[in-house]
Design a binder for this molecule. Structure first.
Ligand SMILES: CC(=O)N[C@H]1[C@@H](OP(=O)(O)OP(=O)(O)OC[C@H]2O[C@@H](n3ccc(=O)[nH]c3=O)[C@H](O)[C@@H]2O)O[C@H](CO)[C@@H](O)[C@@H]1O
Ligand SMILES: C=C(OP(=O)(O)O)C(=O)O
Length: 430
């Protein structure tokens, strides 16, 4: 297993290009199942998650070709021949969003057998709302031996679906199924994360009829077939926010290019309140500036559905607060167990108390390098961020979590002067 070694204390100076969003790319990849025509995704991040999903799509007979085009990294999907609708456990367990192939497979072929996704350390993460939506659209669903077997021999039917609470994955899954259902589907209490808007707009470019974009009610009029298109993946707001926090933690001045400032205002507002300079330039770049000799102020945050503070930035924000002046109260409202990074940050000297969905972070004067372990994707980035400001050497283990969602992280931070190296390890990554 690889590890990341950081020597803290360097100020950062330079530019970091923001990649395409993982959480959009993997849903757009699932959309390729819906059309026999080629779908070309540009601004594609090269991540473990896109690799896992690419392997699963190939299992269905889809040709997946990665390359470099005029707009950078791109991937072409050709699902003209679907030879299988079976998603085996070994491929789905690697990444829970693989489960979202179920709806498109059903919509295109009327049948699918997909492994239930495994749990992960941030919470129980059931898929009951996904199944509820597909059943409401007329799918016959059986659960057996860890697999969902689903059929809709006469096609999926439009339905009115009201989610009891907001779920990103269930909204996307229902959308992917409804675009080719017979009749109209109404999704109430839909999630409105930017990645859902990206998926919906790509589906519309493929010929889908969707109203209510970026609102909590989507109205989808099913069509009988979808065509191919070219689509550029939206910038990764979580990666962008993570590097903004890295720059704030280390101090110095970093320019974030190819991102979108409007996608991270729920983060930049509290960053500004804590004392970080965030400059939005006319060309769309965002400059993060901080004098590391000036102490930041503690700020409270509560994770919420979009446009609130993203749960996927909570761990990284907590890292920043470990060195702030005062006590920061961080509420996690989306996942019941997303404070696994707190004990690891404490190994670096942070002072944090966690109880029932709330972490109290009392800023300390300094962090000290230590060996720590990544417990999930965003937790791993919080440890890297803390390591940038810690005195001495920090070694982050279980880096395969980080590789799920951060492309060339060492290279991007290294180009700004951070001393971050990857040590190749022996043995399996999972
Ligand atoms: C690949 C991807 O896009 N992942 C994102 C997606 O995850 P994901 O789509 O899994 O997150 P959801 O919005 O579905 O989860 C929200 C809450 O609903 C619960 N729930 C969800 C579905 C369901 O059928 N039943 C149920 O109880 C979950 O356990 C969780 O407590 O949104 C999360 C919330 O912004 C982000 O942290 C993840 O990075
Ligand atoms: C939790 C995340 O991803 P996933 O839903 O794929 O586990 C994430 O991107 O932070």
């Amino acid at each position: 297993m690889d590890s990341i070694v950081i020597h803290g204390g360097n100020r950062l100076s330079g530019s970091i290009p923001v990649s395409g969003a993982k959480n959009s790319a993997i849903k757009l990849m699932a959309a390729s199942i819906l059309t026999p025509e080629p779908l070309r995704l540009t601004n594609m991040p090269r991540l473990a998650d896109t690799r896992f999903l690419g392997a699963l799509l190939r299992e269905f007979g889809i040709k997946v070709t990665e390359g470099d085009g005029a707009d950078g990294q791109e991937t072409l999907f050709d699902a003209s021949q679907l030879t299988s609708t079976f998603a085996p456990y070994d491929l789905v367990r690697q990444m829970r969003a693989s489960f979202n192939v179920l709806g498109p497979l059903l919509a295109r072929t009327g049948e699918a057998k997909v492994s239930l996704p495994g749990g992960c350390t941030i919470g129980a993460r059931p898929v009951d709302l996904h199944l509820m939506a597909l059943e409401a659209m007329g799918a016959h669903i059986e659960l057996e031996e860890g697999y969902v077997t689903a059929s809709a021999k006469n096609g999926l039917q439009g339905a009115e679906i009201e989610f009891p609470f907001v779920s990103v994955g269930a909204t996307e899954h229902a959308l992917l199924a409804a675009v080719m259902a017979n009749g109209t589907t109404v999704l109430k209490r839909a999630a409105k994360e930017p990645e859902i808007g990206d998926l919906a707009r790509c589906l519309m470019a493929m010929g889908a009829k969707i109203e209510g974009l970026d609102t909590d009610q989507l109205v989808i009029t099913g069509v009988t077939s979808l065509k191919g298109t070219d689509w550029s993946v939206i910038p990764d707001r979580i990666e962008m926010g993570s590097y903004a926090l890295a720059a704030a933690m280390a101090g110095g001045e970093v320019r974030l290019t190819k991102g979108r400032a409007d996608l991270i205002t729920a983060l930049t507002d509290p960053m500004r309140r804590s004392g970080v300079e965030v400059i939005e330039e006319a060309n769309g770049d965002v400059v993060i500036r901080r004098d590391p000799t000036q102490r930041l102020q503690a700020v409270d945050v509560t994770t919420e559905i979009y446009p609130g503070f993203a749960t996927d930035l909570q761990a990284q924000f907590m890292a920043l607060m470990t060195l702030a002046d005062g006590e920061s109260v961080i509420h996690e409202t989306i996942f019941e167990n997303r404070f696994m990074h707190a004990p690891e940050l404490m190994r670096l000297g942070a002072d944090i108390t966690v109880s029932a969905g709330e972490a109290r972070v009392r800023g300390v004067n300094a962090l000290h390098g230590a060996q720590v372990m990544a417990t999930d994707l965003r937790a791993s980035m919080s440890l890297v961020i803390a390591g940038l400001a810690a005195e001495g050497e920090t070694t982050v283990g279980r880096v395969y979590h980080l590789d799920r969602g951060f492309e060339r992280m060492e290279e991007k931070l290294g180009a700004c002067g951070a001393d971050v190296r990857r040590i190749k390890g022996e043995g399996p990554e999972h």
